[in-house]
Design a binder for this molecule. Structure first.
Ligand code: SF4
Ligand code: SF4
Length: 177
């Protein structure tokens, strides 16, 4: 029986970890405005029927049981892409993708794309754009500097009770890998 029925329960655990859609506020006239090309892009992700074939063939988890709980897998990356590229969404999942969803473990072999019955271009249209976002967030020197300043501002107490805390600049060191 085990050969015929695949245990996909771990995929539902992974799905529960994906931060939900969080739309921005409506326009003053009570509507949302979006570009048509943004909507068209998201439609591809919506075609997923959750067959989990892509998860099953991915060698990151197929050959390495120990990766199952630290690698979200191609189906979940489609889900992340659906939310991250949605023109109305305000949640930022980039750090989560790097630290907990294990997107760095994917070496873009495209095995998942080859088996998708819905012809979703998982690697090219979901995983690679997500990887690019994570890299921009982690290694862009301006993003790194801004984050450093915000961290210092939060850590340092205000010099006077009525005055907000001030950022302090220190000698730069390379961004963390
Ligand atoms: S492209 Fe990435 S997610 Fe898809 S099968 Fe290869 S390693 Fe797995
Ligand atoms: S193979 Fe395609 S349809 Fe099936 S779960 Fe993966 S992305 Fe969805």
């Amino acid at each position: 029986m085990r050969d015929l029925v695949n245990d996909v329960s771990v995929n539902y655990e992974m799905a529960a970890r994906v931060p939900a859609f969080a739309p921005r506020a409506q326009e003053a006239d009570g509507t949302y405005r979006m570009q048509q090309h943004d909507i068209d892009r998201v439609q591809e992700y919506h075609k997923c029927i959750e067959c989990f074939l892509c998860q099953t063939v991915c060698h990151v988890v197929r050959d390495h049981e120990e990766n199952k709980r630290q690698f979200a897998g191609p189906r979940m990356f489609v889900k992340y892409a659906e939310l991250e590229t949605h023109p109305l969404d305000t949640n930022d999942r980039r750090n989560l993708l790097k630290e907990e969803a294990g997107i760095g473990l994917c070496n873009i072999t495209k095995c998942c794309t080859e088996v998708c019955p819905e012809q979703i271009r998982i690697t090219d249209n979901a995983i690679i754009p997500l990887k690019e976002r994570v890299v921009d967030n982690s290694y862009d020197p301006l993003v790194w500097l801004g984050r450093k300043i915000r961290r210092r501002s939060a850590a340092e107490p205000a010099p006077y009770p009525d005055e907000p805390a001030r950022a302090t600049f220190h000698a730069a060191s390379p961004p963390e890998a």
